[in-house]
Ligand binder design. Sequence first.
Ligand code: COA
Length: 210
Amino acid sequence: MTIFDKPLPPTPVLETRRLILRPLAPADAPVIQRRFPRWEIVRYLNPRVPWPYPDDGAIRFIEICQGEMARGEKHHWSIRLKDGPDELIGSINLWPDDGQSRDMRGFWLDPEFQRRGLMTEAADRVTDYAFRELDWPHLWVSNDELNRPSARVKERQGARLVGFEPFRSVSGDGRRMVWLIERGAYFKARATAKTSATRPSDTPTNQACI
Ligand SMILES: CC(C)(COP(=O)(O)OP(=O)(O)OC[C@H]1O[C@@H](n2cnc3c(N)ncnc32)[C@H](O)[C@@H]1OP(=O)(O)O)[C@@H](O)C(=O)NCCC(=O)NCCS
């Protein structure tokens, strides 16, 4: 029995400076159906995502999520802006290490809200929760090698690139980057980022990397 074999507690509400993360709920289905089915969102995701996206895609997805949350298998959160309309603008999830898949977290954000550091903020809160409240020692995470924004979120969290392996995304055959985020490296990376953020002279200049 390892720490990852324990069922997860009920999905908690989490907050950040700009965001509220709430357990995904049936009421979120119409917004997901409106915001999610776009090529720029789905192209690098796992092909379990049905594409073209069916009319009942969001309702069916939320039914699956609710079962997983009720059984303590996964957390699924809607991402909402504190100072925006009270509706989902993206989603993030988290699940224990199964010893094989080397993947424990997923996320997407409506393009209208991308490039403002919002997913970094959401991913940090969820990672804090995994390390502090669930007491997990590490997170395996991965992304299609062409998915630079997703890789950047990981780099910013002190993730260590472990390797590349064959991967099929919604776009077709390619490779995925497999990363390991270890608790100590994560807290060190975040502490450094916070210190830098308070010093204007340290503003990163590598914003244009793709
Ligand atoms: C991946 C994703 C969630 C990132 O969300 P986001 O809120 O834009 O991310 P952030 O604003 O926190 O930015 C993280 C980093 O990615 C960079 N970035 C964001 N969008 C980018 C883009 N289109 N091209 C290049 N870099 C980009 C940011 O500049 C930032 O890097 P920096 O720290 O060097 O400035 C978003 O692009 C998305 O939803 N993509 C579609 C779904 C998806 O691919 N999910 C991940 C599957 S593994």
